[in-house]
Design a protein around this ligand. Structure first.
Ligand SMILES: Cc1ncc(COP(=O)(O)O)c(C=O)c1O
Length: 421
């Protein structure tokens, strides 16, 4: 395939893209030469929806005009503002609305979940994590293990790829669960791994963990808004995710949390770190001394949420409701497949794609190992308006996002790499 053929094909695919109007709903940053960048970094920080400025502005105006009365007298009262997210989030992660909540940030939510779900005893105190788990998750787990009086070195079981591959396959994780079944208290896996881009089979891992009485929790930072999820049906015990990547809620945005109804609606509430925003809504302002959790995920809230961050997230999630996960996934598979095809055809000796090839085993991100001059290839991409990111020692992550990327962005990658090789 030549670059010209790639250009032609991309132009045709962009012309026929049923989601093309969504790109106009985002602010696309500009390169120094004035052109729109090829933004392939939505796996790190999603772009700003144009509507975010207005919704944040409305809340600022409400604050200016109403002061404290905004909590109750505003047309979208702040006291219940977070409830506006339940339906959207339930659709995005495949849950019942009362199983999800927008609160805190990802690592905070992970600690809250570990406090409730990691219940070690002298026989079962181990936690299974992936070898490329995000460092913050590992720190959280190690600190929780130490807080319960166990040794992180002894208690953390790290799942490594068994085959001669860089990717941790679902089968490898299931095999390790079988091996350590009697000692594991918890399995914590990424839905989509941040380094390799691999999508694991959440249902299979949960089923295998549950068969041995082990809790299954998931970090969906790279999965939420990227791949279709069905957390309720898959029986996941809990999950946490952020909203600033594929969900475009803005830097440091309020995060998400899922607690399966088996736990959230249990007759005997799970032990937890409690705060007043998780207290029964009807008696919260009675200011009584006893904590009575709201049934469902909302019962894990601690504080009244940062309103401006929630306000920016609202139009972002509305775009997902409008486009629908099925249509997004269809375009995502086509776009990522197009990128993969271009890289394999044009640079067969130079790059190795470590993300699995099967669409069912990945989201939109491709992790590309560059076999020589990797750093300068990355520098050329950035210098020529391709925004992507670098992971040591030699991996470039490229994430074409179906909501705002176009097939022409893939062409830009190919053009730059053709000059750099
Ligand atoms: C997979 C994963 N987990 C956890 C985190 C930490 O997120 P936060 O800083 O929002 O707690 C990140 C951040 O990028 C991440 O990619």
């Amino acid at each position: 395939m030549t670059l010209d053929e790639l250009r032609e094909h991309a132009a045709e695919l962009d012309r026929n893209d049923p989601l093309t109007q969504f790109r106009d709903r985002f602010c696309i940053p500009r390169h120094t030469d004035g052109t729109e960048v090829a933004y392939l970094c939505g796996n790190s920080l999603g772009l700003a929806p144009k509507a975010a400025r207005a919704t944040v502005g409305q809340e600022l105006v409400a604050w200016e005009n109403l002061g404290v009365e905004g909590h109750f007298k505003h047309e979208r009262p702040w006291v219940s503002f977070h409830e506006l997210f339940a339906t959207h989030l339930a659709q995005i992660v495949g849950a019942k609305p009362y199983e999800v909540v927008a609160m805190n940030t990802l690592t905070v939510n992970l600690h809250l979940m570990l406090t409730s779900f990691y219940r070690p005893n002298s026989r079962r105190f181990k936690v299974l994590v992936g070898h490329t788990a995000f460092p913050s998750d590992r720190y959280a787990i190690a600190s929780q293990i130490a807080l319960r009086g166990y040794s992180p070195d002894e208690a953390i079981v790290t799942a490594k790829p068994l085959a001669a591959s860089r990717v941790l396959r679902t089968e490898d994780v299931v095999e390790l669960i079988e091996q350590h079944a009697g000692e594991l208290a918890l399995v914590l896996m990424d839905g989509v791994n941040y380094y390799t881009g691999e999508l694991i089979d959440i249902a299979a891992i949960t089923e295998s963990a549950h068969r041995h009485g082990i809790v299954a929790g998931f970090d969906l930072a790279h999965a939420a808004g990227n791949v279709p999820l069905a957390l309720h049906d898959w029986n996941a015990d809990f999950a946490v995710w952020c909203h600033y990547k594929y969900l475009n809620g803005g830097p440091g945005c309020v995060a998400g949390c899922f607690v399966h109804e088996h736990h959230g609606l249990a007759r005997e509430p799970l032990p937890r770190m409690a705060g007043w925003w998780g207290h029964d809504k009807h008696s919260r302002f009675g200011m009584g001394p006893e904590f009575e959790p709201i049934p469902g995920a909302e019962g894990w809230q601690l504080s009244n949420p940062p309103l401006f961050s929630l306000a920016a997230l609202l139009p972002a999630l509305e775009l997902f409701a409008e486009s629908g996960m099925d249509r997004l996934r269809a375009k995502s598979e086509a776009l990522t497949g197009f990128l993969e095809h271009a890289l394999r055809e044009l640079f067969p000796e130079w790059v190795e794609i470590i993300t699995p090839s099967e669409p069912a085993r990945r989201g939109c991100q491709l992790s590309v190992r560059v076999k020589r001059d990797a750093k300068s290839a990355f520098a050329s991409l950035v210098a020529n308006g391709v925004i992507c990111d670098w992971r040591e020692p030699d991996v470039i992550r490229l994430a074409p996002v179906p909501l705002y990327n176009q097939f022409a962005d893939v062409v830009r990658v190919a053009e730059v790499l053709s000059c750099a090789k």
